[in-house]
Design a protein around this ligand. Structure first.
Ligand code: SF4
Length: 464
């Protein structure tokens, strides 16, 4: 990852005290176990890169990541790799541990016969364990580096919400030096997001990368994984080539087109569901939600009705419907926040404009499908990370974005670093400052288990 000089100040700031592991996403640190769907999603997005060494020391490059198989058989089909310079085609399987290959019966299952690569999640089995097909062909193994920076589907456990040791230091430093530190952290976070987006674009193309990144932002914060996986199971190309069926496919694959949805529906909802069902039944056998080995799990606990995943899926469908316009708006030459706001304000749906969920009664007034908070998420996590590396003039525009009000993690970080600070608003009211706080919080507060005593931040902040 090549950083700009503005961003490079931050890892240099960290590196003198923390070994590289502290720069990894905290949820990937040992002991944290995102579920299997999250690991597969990250692999397919290219988070681990494409060049590896097998456990036997051979160079392997993934030329084509193939397609993600959600049914029986290997996880990824029709992949292409080069192994020590030789091209191979076949399937790729991802397991937590090398021994899972045998435990899951793959070694005797002909469906796994064409496997060309066996990925493992960096878990050592103790003794060596060989991966063999039912024809006794040896399958090369790659152990993925879990410290590879990636997204954060799994929220790390919060550090205690209490003022930290650096509090006094930041007060003494004053806003000037503190803002310099925050700027480097924010820039570093933004460029790391950009690298991740570019990596996905290199594998799946710019449009699919955008589609996945927008789905991820729409899923924030409780349904990021299922919405991202939905955009991977139903790639943009499939949806844009079936414009009349795209909405039914999205709701059907999500698992929301069930008989139960009909049972509780009012007349308007039944009419809307009937139209989707008329299209969905043709795809149901191939995409039925009970079919995937790892079905999507929606988190509805504590979700505000306005943020219900059904509304987010409806918004995703509208983005697909208006893709040519949105795609153009997100080109470096055409992007402007104002144009994106106008686009968002023009997104309407005859049913979802007035419904919170499939079960709710119609709301008295229309509700925005892509409101200000969701747009801020898209600007912060998709537009500016993608565009600032090509348009430096957008950095000051990004810095003007106000911070969202309801972010628990940034509130916690602000309390630890700046509680009672006389310039609190000056240091935390902008979105870029909250992004910087999150980076510091993840790299320092979540990595600290000494109750601040051994955290290097206070000393580093005072260094010239
Ligand atoms: S862990 Fe470090 S950065 Fe976090 S509050 Fe304590 S001293 Fe500050």
């Amino acid at each position: 990852m090549t950083l700009s000089p503005a961003a490079a100040a931050y890892p240099a700031f960290l590196a003198s005290h923390f070994p590289p592991v502290s720069l990894a996403e905290p949820e990937l640190l040992p002991g944290r176990e995102p579920d299997e769907l999250a690991w597969q999603s990250r692999w397919f997005a290219g988070d681990f890169g494409r060049d590896f060494l097998t456990v036997a020391g051979e160079a392997v490059s993934v030329i084509d990541f193939g397609w993600w198989n959600h049914g029986a058989g290997p996880d990824f089909r029709d992949c292409v790799i080069t192994l020590s310079g030789e091209t191979r085609r076949g399937s790729i399987e991802l397991d937590r541990d090398a021994r899972d290959w045998d435990h899951h019966g793959h070694s005797t299952n002909p469906a796994y016969r064409d496997t060309i690569l066996h990925l493992q999640l960096g878990v050592r089995s103790g003794s060596e364990w060989f991966t063999r097909t039912d024809e006794h062909r040896l399958v090369p193994q790659v152990r993925l580096d879990l410290a590879t920076p990636a997204g954060d589907f799994n929220t790390p456990p919060p550090a205690p919400a209490r003022p930290g040791r650096c509090l006094q230091v930041f007060r003494q430093l004053g806003p000037g030096k503190t803002i310099t530190i925050l700027e480097a952290a924010a820039r570093y976070r933004l460029e790391r997001k950009a690298t991740r987006l570019q990596r996905t674009a290199a594998i799946h193309g710019r449009d699919q990368m955008l589609f996945q990144a927008l789905a991820d932002a729409l899923g924030y914060s409780r349904n990021r994984l299922p919405l991202t996986v939905l955009s991977q199971r139903l790639p943009l190309r499939l949806l844009t080539t079936r414009p009349d069926d795209a909405e039914a496919l999205l709701f059907g694959v999500s698992g929301f087109l069930t008989g139960e949805a009909f049972d509780h529906a009012d007349t308007e909802t039944r009419l809307w569901l009937r139209r989707l069902w008329d299209q969905w039944w043709r795809y149901r056998d191939a995409y039925a939600p009970g079919q995937p080995r790892l079905p999507l799990k929606w988190n509805l606990t504590g979700t505000r009705p306005l943020n219900h995943p059904q509304r987010r899926i409806a918004t995703l469908h509208l983005l697909v419907k208006h893709w040519p316009t949105l795609r153009r708006l997100l080109q470096p030459d055409h992007f402007s926040e104002k144009a994106l706001l106008t686009f968002a304000a023009g997104l309407h749906h005859p049913y979802w404009d007035r419904h919170y969920t499939l079960r709710a009664l119609p709301a008295p007034k229309p509700m925005a499908l892509l409101g200000r908070n969701r747009l801020t998420e898209i600007l912060a996590n998709v537009c500016y990370p993608l565009l600032i590396p090509e348009r430096e003039d957008l950095w000051p525009v990004y810095q003007k974005l106000s911070a969202p009000l309801d972010n628990e993690k940034t509130r916690r970080a602000a309390l630890r670093l700046f509680a009672g600070h006389p310039d609190l608003a000056k240091l935390t009211s902008k979105l870029w400052q909250q992004q910087a706080l999150l980076q510091v919080y993840e790299d320092f507060c979540l990595a600290d288990d000494s109750n601040c005593a051994q955290c290097p931040m206070p000393e580093q902040a005072q260094s010239p």
